[in-house]
Design a protein around this ligand. Structure first.
Ligand code: UDP
Ligand code: MG
Length: 156
């Protein structure tokens, strides 16, 4: 199976809680490759598009307000089955219910302020990466540890 790309948004609460580095570090240590990264204060309009499926929910306005309050750190991660791997590392939406060992389980008590966003399917990931990054912002490079993260068979 080819390498996948997935979008992670390190949310405003993570910046305020000074854990951005720790979050990125977890993904790096797992063996995921950083394909793109930037800091950006997300516009309400973009967020309304990104969270369109929650448009009619009671929390929608509050979610958009919180997500646009201060900058976020946007990261594109690459790896084999990266979408599923990153979703698993992220954990249950509700911080209080998330398993210890997951990011939300280790750092969050909230439903809304839950530290990270992660794409939830391969199809969505493609759309989300394109929503926040231009083609030119995605970096293509060979990473030194590649041969030690995957077996020969897995690299195909
Ligand atoms: N959210 C919220 N209240 C809720 C459910 C979700 O504020 O009752 C927020 C929360 O920040 C969550 C985001 O909306 O991460 C998107 O919700 P979704 O159900 O897609 O959760 P996720 O895919 O992020 O786990
Ligand atoms: Mg979701």
């Amino acid at each position: 199976m080819a390498m996948e790309k997935t979008l992670v948004i390190i949310k405003p609460d993570a910046l305020n809680r000074s854990i951005v580095g720790e979050i990125i570090s977890r993904f790096e240590k797992k063996g995921l490759k950083i394909a793109a990264m930037k800091m950006q204060k997300l516009h309400e309009e973009k967020l309304r598009e990104h969270y369109a499926k929650h448009r009619d929910k009671a929390f929608f306005q509050d979610l958009v307000k919180y997500m646009s309050s201060i900058p976020s750190v946007l990261v594109v991660l690459e790896g084999k089955e990266a979408v599923e791997v990153v979703r698993k590392m992220t954990g249950h939406t509700v911080g209080r219910k998330a398993e210890p060992g997951t990011i939300r389980g280790d750092y969050s008590m909230s439903v809304q302020l839950n530290i990270v966003h992660a794409s939830d399917s391969v199809e969505e990931a493609k759309k989300e990466v394109a929503r926040f990054f231009s083609e030119g912002e995605i970096q293509h490079y060979s990473k030194l540890d590649f041969d030690w993260v995957y077996s020969n068979d897995e690299k195909k």
